[in-house]
Write a protein that binds this ligand. Structure first.
Ligand code: SF4
Ligand code: SF4
Length: 403
């Protein structure tokens, strides 16, 4: 494992951090598979990971509970433990202590190495100020319950700069990957925070898995390259190449992912990519930008939908259909598989609500999901594209925005 500086903190953090948002789940009810999760988290730590990240909302609270169990038997002392205050559930100032105490209990720890305001955007930033939550954070720090204060971010560059300038933060967690250099905090925001000595931690390095399974044309570029790397390794090395980045969080869901990502981290380094390699990444970026239809990262914050729509799965099917190459025989076979997977989603409202597995057609446009989406996706409107492609059989190319 390679280790990197964590902003102005005297920490040496592993280049790869363990994100606990996409832990392995059971095949039928999609609950966190506790035994497997504990074993992959511990494997990551055994391979040198010393930074673990979770949140109140991940796996509906079960991520923190399982992580707490994984960190028994001496593992807690080997890591920096980070979780987040769920800003969207904060109704009043007093909620702060209730959440923090419960999180410490779930995590079976007396303290957090870092506590973040989760999902700061313009609205949550105002809420944070109105409820005087910085003072609550500082009191918790004085009491020894948390060691450092930071925030995770989903909004635009001007909002990011406003938040950065508001307080002497010790860490900012941003969404960044080779497709997202111009959205959310952007490269400029990354550099802005870094210059102020704030540790910048990266989330969504693979854009919710999309960069692990890029379009067919991108795979061709990768296969033809003289530098042999997997799509995931290209995406991760792009990040580790940058000096502003402290650690890269990967939401790992299997032992194979942990082992492969740790191997990638072993080979990482600031400024290690050649101009030829950076040029290959530029090509991958151009291809993927043209093919993505909905920038959904499958975070599930919008779920459950009262009508039972499995929002992220509908978007994944649409993007995957767009990623596969039209026209060729193999591609046509793959495309029919996407259609088959779409028809496996339920069209009956009662079944969909029970199992959260409904098709896009069930959306009643209540708009309840829209404020929950960190990517600011107009979900009901994007679901109409899913309906158009899978129900009305319109061509997927019609919906590509950057073609
Ligand atoms: S707008 Fe549609 S997808 Fe969103 S919560 Fe309402 S019914 Fe569900
Ligand atoms: S639509 Fe938005 S909130 Fe829902 S899973 Fe995708 S990115 Fe997350």
């Amino acid at each position: 494992m390679k280790y990197r500086k964590m902003g102005s903190l005297p920490w040496e953090v592993s280049a790869l951090g363990f994100g606990c948002m996409r832990l392995p789940t059971t095949p039928i009810l999609h609950r966190v598979d506790e035994r497997q999760s504990i074993s992959i988290i511990r494997k990551g730590i055994d391979l040198g990971i010393n930074y673990v990240d979770t949140a109140w909302m991940y796996h509906m609270g079960n991520s923190e509970k399982v992580l707490g169990k994984a960190l028994q038997d001496g593992y807690r002392q080997k890591v920096k433990l980070v979780t987040k205050l769920p800003m969207i559930f904060m109704k009043k100032e007093e909620d702060f202590d209730r959440f923090l105490n419960q999180q410490l209990e779930r995590l079976q720890s007396d303290y957090l190495d870092m506590y973040l305001f989760h999902m700061l955007n313009e609205t949550n930033f105002e809420k944070m100020k109105q409820m005087n939550l910085i003072s609550k954070m500082e009191k918790a720090r004085d009491a020894g319950k948390i060691k450092h204060i930071g925030f995770s971010f989903h909004d635009t560059l001007p909002v990011f700069k406003k938040i950065i300038d508001f307080y002497p933060w010790e860490m900012a967690q941003i969404q960044y990957n080779y497709l997202d250099t111009n959205i959310q905090a952007t490269t400029e925001g990354l550099q802005y925070a870094h210059k102020k000595g704030i540790a910048v931690v990266i989330m969504e390095p693979l854009k919710g898995g999309q960069l692990a399974n890029p379009p067919k044309e991108a795979i061709d570029v990768i296969n033809k390259s003289d530098v042999k790397r997997s799509p995931v390794d290209w995406a991760l090395q792009f990040l580790w190449n940058r000096p502003e980045i402290a650690t890269v969080l990967s939401g790992m869901g299997s032992m194979k992912m942990v082992e492969e990502n740790c191997m990638s981290a072993d080979k990482s380094g600031i400024g290690s990519l050649t101009s030829h390699e950076l040029n290959i990444i530029d090509q991958l970026t151009d291809i993927s930008k043209k093919k993505i239809i909905v920038p959904c990262t499958a975070c599930q914050y919008c779920m459950p939908c009262p009508a039972g729509v499995n929002i992220s799965q509908n978007f994944a099917l649409l993007n995957n259909k767009s990623f596969s190459n039209e026209g060729k025989l193999m591609s046509r076979l793959i495309q029919s598989l996407f259609l088959r997977n779409y028809t496996k989603l339920s069209k009956s409202k009662s079944d969909a609500v029970k199992n959260n597995n409904g098709r896009a057609t069930l959306c009643v446009k209540c708009n309840k999901c829209i404020p929950k989406c960190p990517q600011q996706i107009n979900i009901p409107s994007e679901l109409e594209k899913v309906v158009a492609v899978f129900e009305k059989r319109q061509k997927v190319e019609m919906f590509r925005v950057n073609s």
